[in-house]
Structure formats: C-alpha cells, structure tokens
Write a protein that binds this ligand. Structure first.
Ligand SMILES: [Zn+2]
Length: 143
C-alpha cells in the first residue's frame, strides 16, 4: 500500500535488525534515547487483528520472546513493555520498549519517551553508540 510509512520503510529494507517471511524488526529512533527500543511489524499491510493470517499470529509470540531474550543479553532488562496503538499509522506495529533495572522513568512516561521521542536527557546516547548497539542486537537476534 502506498502512503504507508511502514510499507515504504520495508521496501527500502533500511535498518532491518531481523526479518523472516512475515515479520520485520527495526530499531526505534535516536530521539527516543532508548537502546533496545524496537518495532515489530508485519510485512503485509495489516490494519486489523482479524486480518492477520494464522501463520503471522503463530510467529508473533516467539518473536517477542526472542526480542526479550536478546535484550537480556545486552542490557539489564527489568521489564519489556509491548504497546500497539496503530492509530496515526494504521499498519499494525508493536512498540517493544525496554525498561532497564536502573531506569528512573517508567510506565506511561517511558512509553511517551519512546513513541513520541520525549527523552528527558536528550543527548545522552549518541548516534555511534546506537549503531554499535544495533549491530550487537542484530547478531543476538540471529541466535
Ligand atoms: Zn503498510
């Protein structure tokens, strides 16, 4: 579908951390200031839960588990938030938001920090650090 930023992103195959036949995992933006904040998106343009295929749904749970296990290898993960709103961008997508065990911000403010890039400490994480993290994350996702 044209005009869908997620479908467009998938066409460009940019910044993909992991993909299989049905799903794509990419990292969130630097503006969120959260290492390990990822998007899990179906490759197909799916707007409603009832439009998912059985296969897509069967793969969903294990992928979230894989993301959590990979994050645990890389950061001191206390909670992994899973949020899907898909309002502004209707292509269903999951925000998987890690909260480390030393993170002061939690709950809704952390979800806002991630999804609306409202970081309290704006420049704590630099681009180069994010890129290094993404490479490590990519390799743990393949295990
Ligand atoms: Zn789409």
């Amino acid at each position: 579908m044209s005009q869908c930023p997620i479908c467009e992103k998938h066409e460009k195959k940019k910044d993909v951390l992991f993909e299989n036949e049905n799903w794509v995992i990419t990292h969130g933006p630097l503006g969120s200031q959260l290492l390990g904040y990822v998007y899990l998106e179906p490759k197909r343009h799916v707007e409603n839960w009832s439009d998912f295929s059985e296969t897509e749904l069967v793969e969903l749970g294990p992928l979230i588990k894989k993301i959590e296990l990979s994050l645990k290898e890389l950061i001191h993960l206390d909670r992994l938030y899973s949020v899907t709103i898909s309002e502004a961008v209707r292509h269903i997508h999951f925000h998987l938001i890690p909260r480390g065990n030393t993170t002061f911000v939690r709950g809704i403010p952390l979800i806002e920090q991630a999804t609306q890039q409202k970081a309290l400490n704006e420049n704590e994480i630099e681009q180069v650090e994010l890129e290094t993290f993404k490479e490590k994350f990519k390799s743990t996702l393949l295990l």
